[in-house]
Write a protein that binds this ligand. Structure first.
Ligand code: IMP
Length: 430
């Protein structure tokens, strides 16, 4: 398989983990390139459920190399917890799991700052995951962040940590008027142990990836969150703090764009969102509740119920533009099995005017009235289908309509259930 980037085309939670799993089988090196422990990729193996927040889920395959790239904000405690869980399960990560020395650290004061900032925002709350993502990226851009590689020099780490700790203490207590309960001695004591465990994972992972491509290995770049949570092109300010788009795979990993052959957009056949912000096709009714229930739409990281709505082709067309999609992977088709009718948003009306384009700011987006086409549901179980031809004709028509509204981008797979074998392969990568 050629090198490919996987991105979510909506607001995250598109079912990326299953598609990552499918593509991992055909790849050699799997790389996370942005986000942090705000992501939650759920994998079920031998009857046990794993939720990966930082370790690439490809680690479940014993012959794969996994990398956490420099574009990720890295929480050592969460990472080591996942490593321990894998070890307990008999999955060894030795010499095949690496973390970029350039990745910025998420430290306990970032989480305290995230929560204090949210508490201060009143009505304007973003609804973050509370994992310290925004503050860690802010420190990176402000050039005061600590990086994974800083753990190598404990004295320097302690010095930089102490300066930042004092700064955050002042900010949280005096500006946010919040409690600051962290103890520097406790954190440094804890991090001394963490440091010793981390050293063997730290590497120049950009070179590792480059060298792998030169040696004919196949790279899979595992995006987290989704297109409309991108810090530049998403529904700002209701976004995450990283670039979630495919292009960021390059700076977030440390190799150039010519290494990327394919961009796969994971697209749920309806829409969900966690956290606040405009959502034109949201359903605040029994159908929305049904989608949530049938689709198990509860956050993997925070457990929050996800907001649910109809498929929005305006979003996916924008996503195709932003990511340069070469394939769509459609997920969760089976969730629609019991619906009598299904709607697809074809375009919006904003201030009475028809638009087929996703607006650039939330001012217009929050006024967007979705315009739908309605299709009949197929009303039967599709879990045993192996090919597109096995699907009921109404399900096939639904898929073709979505594809047609989204520039006829070729479909890689259609997922019809959580199991590996509930995957219809349509147009594989060659
Ligand atoms: P943060 O990334 O924790 O700062 O949260 C910012 C926004 O992104 C919030 O609305 C979160 O709910 C959302 N978000 C962050 N990570 C994910 C994810 O993996 N899936 C879906 N939404 C996410």
């Amino acid at each position: 398989m050629p090198n490919a980037v996987i991105v979510g085309t909506q607001w995250g939670d598109e079912g990326k983990a299953k598609v990552i799993d499918y593509l991992t089988e055909r790849s050699d090196v799997i790389i996370r390139f942005q986000g942090g422990a705000n992501a939650g990729h759920t994998v079920i193996a031998n009857g046990r459920k794993f939720v990966f927040h930082l370790v690439p889920s490809g680690i479940m395959y014993p012959d794969k190399t996994c990398i956490v790239g420099n574009g990720v904000v890295f929480d050592c405690e969460q990472f080591l917890k996942e490593v321990d869980e894998l070890n307990d399960f008999g999955i060894s990560v030795e010499n095949r799991l690496f973390v970029s020395d350039l990745a910025h650290l998420v430290l306990p004061y970032h989480k305290a700052q995230d929560n204090a900032a949210e508490s201060n925002m009143g009505q304007g709350k973003i609804g973050t995951t509370g994992r310290g993502i925004g503050p860690a990226y802010s420190d990176k851009v402000s050039r005061i962040g600590l990086r994974v590689g800083d753990l190598r020099d404990w004295d320097l780490f302690t010095e930089k940590f102490t300066a930042n700790f004092e700064l955050k203490k002042k900010l949280i207590q005096s500006v946010y008027n919040s409690d600051f309960k962290l103890s520097i001695d406790e954190i440094l004591g804890n991090y001394k142990v963490i440091r010793d465990r981390m050293l063997s994972f730290i590497k120049d992972t950009g070179f590792l990836s480059f060298d792998a491509t030169r040696n004919g290995k196949r790279l899979l770049f595992e995006g987290a969150q989704g297109t409309f949570l991108d810090i530049d092109h998403g529904t700002y300010p209701f976004v995450t703090s990283s670039n979630t788009l495919s292009g960021y795979a390059c700076p977030g990993c440390g190799i150039g764009p010519s290494a990327i052959n394919h961009v796969i957009g994971i697209t749920k056949v309806y829409t969900t969102r966690v956290g606040n912000g405009p959502f034109p096709t949201e359903l605040n009714d029994a159908t929305g509740e049904k989608l949530r229930h049938e689709g198990g739409e509860f956050g993997a990281t925070t457990g929050r119920p996800r907001r649910c709505g109809w498929f929005d082709s305006v979003m996916i067309r924008k996503s195709a533009q932003l990511n340069g999609l070469t394939r769509l992977a459609l997920t969760k088709l089976d969730v629609l099995n019991t619906l009598d009718t299904i709607k697809i948003c074809t375009h919006y009306e904003i201030n009475g005017k028809k638009t087929e384009q996703f607006p650039t700011g939330i001012h217009d987006l929050s006024r967007a009235v979705p315009v739908y086409t309605e299709m009949e549901g197929w009303k039967c179980d599709i879990s045993g289908c192996k090919t597109l031809q096995d699907l009921p004709s109404k399900a096939l028509q639904y898929i073709r309509k979505l594809q047609n509204l989204c520039y006829d981008i070729p479909i890689l797979i259609v997922s019809i259930g959580p199991d590996r074998n509930q995957t219809i392969e349509v147009d594989p990568l060659v």
